[in-house]
Ligand binder design. Structure first.
Ligand code: CTP
Length: 477
């Protein structure tokens, strides 16, 4: 069905040239998928363009790359696709095809196909739009499954029986959740049922693809919507059992605790309101991850989760490794925030000394601002009066942190006395004694015994160092 003329969005040389190339090889060429979906939804064209070529794509890609990228292109033989970067456009080429993931295999089985068959193998009707680049009807929209009606109804429907669509590529079950969250759409009831039935098929999908979709869900404005869907369909159970384990409330002697899964979702949404940082959002997801393994009930004090901050931080590398998340400073950042997430709130008490505040500033270092964002997001309660009170208290803590930080010049603080200075003054070789003296100076500054000033700290190093060395039976002049 030819519906609408969208040629104004194709007013760019890449589309005219593709049209010419297609004609010269006598092969039809179409734009497909998200590029068109976004135009119809938001009246905006993105710079990632998916192109379907009916027939062999290689001659088309080669001609195109010769003109736009000095002949350079990437070819993904496994998937039968190619990619060319043309200025700030990223063009993905694929041949019209039928593809399926057979049995336990992770590799798709691909066969050339007609345009109609290619349409049928698309994931959702709203992703199965085609814009013709062919001269006889350049710019004409082809909408084989009335995807426009689904866009209006905000519904994700599969072009064919969802069991077929999802078993062809089980990642699509996650894509359904991702698009539902990103676009605020509903998943059609039959598709939702099919996901629930087929969740276990996700195991044939590589972890990288799963995590990629999961990160896209996490990066949406209200990620809890996606996480609830993942939980309700049991997709989450397939790849993130630690998070699933947070769900549930246990009651003993009539005393229950928070449902830590729904609390975590609230914290994640709170963080999403104030930051686009994926890793801060990961810290929100993982901040209470060790609650189930630290949970205890005590007749006198009720429920406790002692040490869930430390234990949670220790769980981070294992989870990152399994989910193929980066094992670099991003992981360390998440780990640090999980480890420290209880510290700021513990400072609400007015009796808290400046030294406790100084320690937090130094321990959090460059992550202090993000830690405070996480900690504030962690204040969740349905009781609005309580919430206001807690938030007001927290603002006081933030204020005190700011004052101490400015007064004591603790931003990115490095102790003024280095190991080198200690070794030189006492004529020591590297070893534990150097650390002992250096640390004593650091402690004295953090405890407020001496000010954060190099000359005073140096004097203190001399006196304290002598004492420490004497205790060890080492004489100094
Ligand atoms: N597609 C599919 N099944 C998949 C992945 C992709 O059917 N598992 C099809 C869809 O028609 C999709 C098109 O390939 O529109 C391009 O895929 P992709 O670039 O991943 O998605 P977009 O729809 O462009 O959306 P986004 O860029 O937001 O991921």
């Amino acid at each position: 069905m030819n519906v609408k003329n969208l040629s104004s969005f194709l007013d760019h040389p890449i589309f005219y040239v593709l049209s010419e190339i297609g004609k010269s090889h006598n092969q039809p060429v179409y734009v497909v998928g998200g590029f068109i979906r976004d135009i119809l939804l938001f009246n905006k064209a993105k710079k990632e363009v998916d192109i379907v070529v009916v027939g062999n794509l290689l001659p088309i890609v080669e001609d195109f790359a010769r003109i736009f990228s000095r002949g350079e292109y990437a070819i993904y033989e496994n998937f039968g696709t190619a990619m060319v970067c043309a200025g700030d456009y990223r063009i993905e080429f694929v041949s019209a095809r039928k593809e399926s993931y057979r049995g336990e295999s992770r590799k798709p089985f691909v066969q050339p196909a007609t345009l109609e068959e290619d349409q049928l193998r698309r994931d959702f009707t709203v992703n199965a739009f085609y814009l013709s680049l062919n001269q006889e009807n350049f710019g004409t929209l082809i909408d084989p499954f009335n995807g426009q009606a689904d866009l209006e109804k905000k519904i994700l429907r599969t072009p064919t029986n969802p069991d077929i669509t999802f078993s062809e590529d089980p990642l699509r079950m996650l894509r359904a959740v991702r698009f539902a969250t990103q676009l605020d759409f509903q998943i059609a009831p039959d598709a939702l049922e099919s996901i629930k039935k087929n969740v276990e098929r996700l195991k044939i999908v590589s972890q990288e693809r799963i995590t990629d979709e999961f990160n896209k869900i996490i990066l949406t404005p209200i990620p809890s919507k996606g996480l609830r869907l993942l939980f309700d369909t049991r997709l989450l159970h397939q790849f993130f059992p630690e998070l699933v384990r947070l769900q549930g409330i246990e009651i003993i002697n009539g005393i229950g605790h928070k449902d830590n899964f729904y609390h975590t979702l609230k914290v994640l949404d709170n963080v999403a309101k104030v930051s686009d940082n994926l890793w801060l959002r990961w810290a929100a997801i993982l901040h209470d991850i060790a609650k189930p393994i630290t949970k205890k009930f005590d007749e006198k004090n009720g429920w406790s989760f002692h040490g869930h901050d430390d234990k949670g931080a220790k769980m981070v590398p294992g989870i990152f490794k399994r989910l193929r998340l980066p094992l670099n400073e991003k992981m360390k950042y998440v780990q640090k925030l999980v480890e420290l997430h209880l510290r700021p709130i513990a400072l609400v008490d007015e009796e808290v000394t400046d030294s406790a505040i100084r320690r937090l500033i130094v321990d959090a270092g460059e992550y202090l601002e993000d830690l405070l964002l996480l900690c504030k997001a962690d204040i969740t309660t349905r009781d609005t009066q309580k919430l206001q009170r807690y938030l007001a208290n927290f603002e006081k803590v933030e204020q005190r942190i700011k004052e101490v930080e400015e007064r004591d010049r603790l931003r990115n603080w490095q102790p003024p006395i280095t190991g080198e200075m200690v070794m030189q003054y006492f004529n020591l070789k590297p070893g534990p004694l150097v650390g002992l003296i250096k640390n004593a100076v650091r402690e004295a500054i953090l405890e407020g015994e001496i000010p954060n000033e190099e000359s005073i700290a140096y004097q203190y190093m001399i006196e304290k160092g002598k004492k420490i060395l004497q205790e060890q039976g080492i004489t100094t002049n």
